[in-house]
Design a protein around this ligand. Structure first.
Ligand code: PHE
Length: 340
């Protein structure tokens, strides 16, 4: 049987129609495979060339190869058209409106301890106090001796001290600012001194670094009643209705001395870890400035009296936000801070 030259025109027609009809890139890939793939029609033809009469082989071979190139061209053309259609569709669907306002950065807020500090300053400034500052690295003299806490006195152990080289300490309280502010000044005066203090101490209520606000006033007729009124008004300003306890205590630099406690906001008096089962949390110490301290600052205690107090800042933030541990205020954990 004489072998017939294959009908290349029909094949080309079919390929052209199929390529043009491919509706997607995926379709196109399978159309291409049908003609040019390993088992495709054109490959079949190429394989069949060997069976043709010798005189036809080269001509048919050239025609088939030309057809192959032709189909590749059509496929490439169709692919470009499909890709561009796809791109346009995507652009159409994901239209970007450059005139829309930007999404904006999320805003942070003041740290709860900064809030306490600001509210506090507002209260005292309104009552005629001025703000005084002192260094965090303080002389042993200002931190202890001038405050009537001599070296061999057991009261030094009340505050576990971080010593710095020489006669310096990381101040254990803001009370040394009393010495700095009163020395060389003539009463009457009123100051607050907020700042950081350091003690070797750690518990749910204590951290080695914490904030205090010192406050003191000296005049010719200052009484313990003035101090009490001030602190109760201060607490009301800071916390609204809060149960307070004024408890007799001892400090070498005040006489008489007291501590001011607030109801534990977590257990409300039943006793819990945060308040060490006492139902109360100490907010700070206070009292009438000891005559020796006044004398150390060249103020005549026969003529002048004064009161002083030192309150914890973090304790205030703990009360406000019912925090069980002081460390929550320092960890910088946004999951906590964003709730406060
Ligand atoms: N300095 C004391 C303390 O840190 C608090 C205090 C201040 C007590 C002023 C009395 C007067 O414990």
């Amino acid at each position: 049987m004489a072998s017939r030259a294959p009908d290349l025109d029909t094949l080309a027609q079919g390929a052209r129609t199929d390529v043009a009809g491919a509706g997607s890139l995926q379709d196109l890939t399978s159309v291409r495979a049908r003609y040019l793939g390993r088992k495709g029609s054109v490959s079949d033809l190429l394989r069949g060339i060997g069976d043709l009469p010798a005189e036809e082989r080269s001509r048919v071979g050239q025609q088939v190869n030309a057809l192959k190139v032709q189909i590749e061209d059509w496929v490439a053309e169709r692919r470009a058209a499909l890709e561009s259609r796809e791109r346009n569709r995507h652009l159409e669907e994901h239209r970007l409106d450059v005139t829309l306002p930007a999404a904006g950065q999320p805003l942070g807020h003041l740290h709860p301890v900064s809030h306490v500090q600001r509210d506090m300053a507002q209260f005292f400034l309104a009552r005629g106090f001025s703000i005084e500052e002192g260094p965090e690295v303080e002389t042993e003299h200002n931190n202890f001796d001038a405050l009537n806490v001599p070296a061999d006195h057991p009261a030094r152990d009340m505050q576990d001290t971080f010593w710095v080289e020489g006669d310096f300490v990381l101040r254990t309280h803001t009370s040394p600012v009393q010495i700095r502010a009163m020395t060389g000044r003539t009463p009457p005066f009123r100051f607050i001194a907020p700042g950081r203090v350091y003690r070797h101490d750690f518990s749910p209520r204590n951290s080695p670094m914490f904030g205090q606000v010192e406050g003191f006033a000296v005049d010719e007729s200052v009484t313990l009643a003035n101090l009490k009124e001030l602190l109760y008004a201060f607490a009301k300003h800071m916390f609204g209705a809060v149960e307070l306890r004024f408890r007799a205590s001892y400090f070498p630099f005040t006489e008489p001395s007291a501590e001011l406690d607030f109801r534990c906001p977590l257990c409300r008096g039943d006793g819990c870890n945060t308040c060490s089962q006492t139902g109360w949390i100490e907010w700070g110490g206070c009292g009438m400035i000891h005559p020796t301290v006044l004398r150390n600052c060249d103020i005549d205690p026969e003529r002048y009296q004064g009161y002083a107090f030192g309150m914890g800042l973090e304790r205030g933030a703990m009360l406000r936000h019912e925090l069980p541990h002081i460390r929550l205020l320092y960890d910088g954990d946004l999951r906590v801070l964003e709730q406060l």
